[in-house]
Design a protein around this ligand. Structure first.
Ligand code: GFB
Length: 323
């Protein structure tokens, strides 16, 4: 048990199978829905937050009893950038533990054939070897600004592994690197760096401001993956992977926050200066994923950061600014 296996899954061929995408309105879930629909997989079960609160165990259980999906992709989570993680630790640990525990356990109890759980690169130790291999998990202390979220996500991986070991149930986990794209959260404080800067540069351009404040020192390194590439990897994993170990999903390309800021500035067309607010935390110094296991199975990321920024800025202007 445990090694990657080429499953005889009928995920791509059985177009009548019901697929529950939890969190379909978010950055990740909406990209997965677009991808599934483009492949003709349209028998999707979707529930908005107001229709189904995934933190309520009995509601989740009744939903699974009634709908009986064959496949589950768990993209629902409480997420946010460095400031949100640091400010709302109770929400990040409690809501994520509740959502994932309810969905994973109900999926198992109601006969789901295969489930994919999505985590995050922050599960790894703050000073993990770079690029970070999957087996760096639980080898050292976590980055303090997001350890609450990380502990919840580590629990999700371990829950999938435990159900596979005890019940031979096909639950797998994918660990994406920092994601961006359409339907991201562009909140000025609580979002991740890329959408936060896109909004700040856009507003500065419109207001003809001379400078824009960027947090930290600009020296941390981050790897970014367009969410459409992640959606492609999710479908690939549902089709081809049934192993005990979680798999990293990254682009393999990293930039400093300073380089990212310059790229976003260029994509938006802001012409002023950058001012660094070093009273804000940098977070983990570097987190480049080692995605060689997934690449070895045949998956490849396709969208460059430059192209992805252009696409995301277009989406932002058409869908957030014009609303
Ligand atoms: O994207 P971000 O919040 O996430 O921050 P993390 C990345 C880096 O960008 C940090 C800097 O060094 C920030 O200081 N930064 C510069 C900014 N300007 C800004 C800004 O305006 N907003 C934000 N948010 N950052 C998160 C974790 O860590 O990554 C989560 O907290 C999760 O748990 C997620 O893992 C993927 O990469 O530092």
């Amino acid at each position: 048990m445990g090694g990657p296996t080429h499953d005889s899954s009928d995920f791509l061929t059985d177009k009548s199978a019901k697929i529950f995408v939890a969190g379909h309105r978010g950055l990740v879930g909406s990209a997965i829905v677009r991808k599934l629909q483009s492949l003709g997989l349209t028998n999707l079960v979707l529930r908005s937050h107001s229709e189904l609160d995934l933190t309520r165990q009995s509601d989740v259980d009744s939903f699974f009893a009634a709908e009986k999906p064959q496949y589950v992709i768990l993209a629902a989570a409480k997420v946010g950038g460095i400031h949100a993680n640091n400010t709302y630790p109770a929400d990040f640990i409690a809501i994520n533990l509740q959502i994932q525990t309810n969905v994973i356990d109900s999926s198992f109890r109601h006969g789901v054939k295969k489930l994919l759980f999505l985590g995050s690169s922050c599960i790894y130790p703050k000073l993990a070897p770079q690029p970070i291999p999957e087996n760096a998990l639980l080898t050292g202390p976590l980055e303090p600004t997001n350890e609450w979220y990380a502990i919840a996500k580590i629990s999700g991986i371990k829950m999938c592994q435990a159900y596979r070991i005890q019940y031979n149930w096909d639950a797998i986990s994918g660990m994406p690197t920092n994601l961006y794209g359409p339907n991201d959260n562009f909140h000025p404080e609580n979002s991740h760096v890329l959408p936060a800067l896109m909004r700040r540069f856009h507003e500065a351009k419109v207001n003809k401001a001379k400078e824009v404040v960027v947090w930290g020192t600009g020296s941390p390194l981050r790897e970014f993956l367009h969410v459409d590439d992640l959606a492609d990897a999710v479908v690939f994993l549902m089709d081809k992977y049934s192993g005990l170990e979680h798999l990293n999903v990254g682009s393999g390309k990293e930039v400093t926050i300073k380089e990212l800021a310059e790229l976003v500035k260029e994509a938006v067309g802001f012409e002023g200066e950058l001012v660094w607010d070093t009273s804000k935390p940098d977070g983990t110094p570097r987190k480049l994923m080692d995605s060689s296991k997934l690449l070895g199975l045949g998956w490849v990321p396709k969208i460059s950061l430059k192209d992805g920024l252009v696409d995301t800025y277009k989406w932002y202007v058409e869908n957030v600014v014009k609303q």
